[in-house]
Design a protein. Structure first.
Length: 220
């Protein structure tokens, strides 16, 4: 069973809005049109708290988005489980057959540690987008074009922001404000954040209970 990560957020500001959790990836600059999506988003009022939970289980995703740009919704029509550590499960094909899109068996391979989507000649420009998901929700998307090889390095950075966001919407990273990177060091699976009255973020970490007990025993 995959390890569960949690993120606890308290809104100590005077604003009502939404907390969005999104990701960035190491090779994002390699593609001019690879977008981060609003992975998770929940609304909250001042003085209330939210909890986000996820596991590091990857999937391939596609959606008929039309032209992909900030503000467009990526509503996944298909999620296909994948595993970057298993070369039999880290690739997929993407095709349009009988007027409908679908993932297909991959005809190419990819190196272990990566995830790859290979489109074929049936894919038209400007209709669909492909991407990667984690824990059941899409995280990244890129326009699907014919005969395209998309390779993703699954070492994401987690970020949180406060504003007005809905799950699945394409985020303009240049326009996002009031953000904070959330890192999970080894053996840390829970973080607690506060959105403060002055619109800044602060955090504290919580060790997994078993590791906390181990550290306490080592000090005796």
């Amino acid at each position: 069973m995959s390890t569960q990560y949690t993120l606890n957020v308290t809104n100590s500001s005077k604003q009502s809005g939404s907390v969005v959790v999104y990701q960035k990836c190491p090779n994002q600059d390699q593609y001019d049109n690879l977008y981060s999506l609003a992975w998770f988003s929940k609304s909250c009022h001042p003085g209330t708290s939210l909890k986000f939970r996820w596991t590091i289980d990857y999937s391939f995703a596609w959606s008929e988005t039309g032209i992909l740009s900030p503000g467009v919704y990526f509503d996944a029509s298909e999620l296909k489980d994948c595993d970057p550590s298993d070369t039999s499960k880290n690739t997929t094909g993407f095709s349009k057959q009988n007027g409908a899109y679908l993932f297909t068996a991959a005809t190419k391979s990819a190196n272990a540690g990566s995830l790859a989507i290979f489109t074929d000649a049936t894919i038209p420009d400007g209709e669909a987008s492909i991407g990667i998901g984690m824990s059941g929700n899409p995280t990244f998307a890129i326009p699907a074009t014919p005969n395209f090889n998309f390779s993703f390095l699954p070492h994401p950075e987690y970020w949180v922001a406060f504003g007005r966001y809905e799950e699945g919407v394409v985020i303009d990273l240049n326009a996002v404000s009031e953000t904070m990177k959330v890192a999970y060091p080894i053996n840390v699976y829970s973080k607690s954040l506060t959105f403060n009255e002055n619109n800044t973020w602060s955090e504290s970490t919580t060790l997994k209970a078993s590791n906390a007990r181990l550290l306490a025993a080592m000090k005796k």
